[in-house]
Design a protein around this ligand. Structure first.
Ligand SMILES: [Mg+2]
Length: 208
């Protein structure tokens, strides 16, 4: 049972049956220190890492892509679920909701991360879209792919994430957005339909 009063709009969103999650910092506790990663790759401060790599000529970009994948593989060892993650995913699956992942990681790393979180098998592999499977967030292409795969419409979908790109992706696709922010600062209210501090709080809000 929810312990807070939800608006009709929020209730309608939570009753939707097609859920797409960001992975890092949303289902996991944050372990990526992006300023350290930028430094290791020589990406200027405040510049989007994947965007920067994409702007480089192939021969220059490839070693950096390899290095990024190596860093991400190393981070897998420190990965841990955010509070309530496994229970939330179980609850969505129990009620028959379709679930997918849209991440700027690779699909391979994402699959391994989900295994480490105790979520192996919950997400069909074709519903895990990594940076080689769709244009990177905030481009809405990944959400449109899942939408088509599931035979639904954006107005029946929800995008859950911890960063502005996730929320913009939802907005750009016409998909409702849920911001997971452990600090409860909720910096992007104009992009956010529902704000929660953890997956556990989101689980408590789901209709019984
Ligand atoms: Mg994230």
């Amino acid at each position: 049972m929810s312990n807070r009063t939800l608006t009709d709009k929020a209730e309608a969103i939570l009753a939707r049956n097609h859920w797409v999650f960001d992975l890092d910092g949303t289902l996991t506790l944050p372990v990526h220190d992006f300023s350290v990663i930028r430094q290791a790759l020589g990406v200027p401060d405040g510049i989007d890492i994947l965007g920067y790599l994409a702007s480089l000529p192939g021969p220059e970009a490839q070693p950096l892509h390899d290095k990024l994948t190596a860093i991400e593989t190393e981070l897998l060892e420190r990965i841990a679920p955010a509070p309530g993650t496994v229970q939330l995913i179980e609850a969505l699956q129990r009620r028959g909701s379709r679930i997918g992942i849209l991440t700027r990681n690779t699909r391979d790393i994402a699959v391994r991360a989900l295994d480490s979180l105790g979520l192996g098998g919950y997400f069909p592999e074709e519903c895990i879209l990594g940076r080689d499977d769709a244009l990177p967030k905030p481009d809405p292409e990944g959400l449109f792919q899942l939408c088509a795969m599931w035979g639904t419409i954006p107005a029946e979908m929800v995008m859950v994430g911890d960063y502005v790109f996730d929320l913009q992706t939802g907005r750009n696709a016409g998909v409702a957005t849920i911001h997971v922010d452990r600090t409860r600062r909720f910096l992007w209210p104009e992009l956010t339909d529902i704000g929660v501090s953890t997956p556990e709080e989101l689980l408590q809000m789901l209709p019984a």
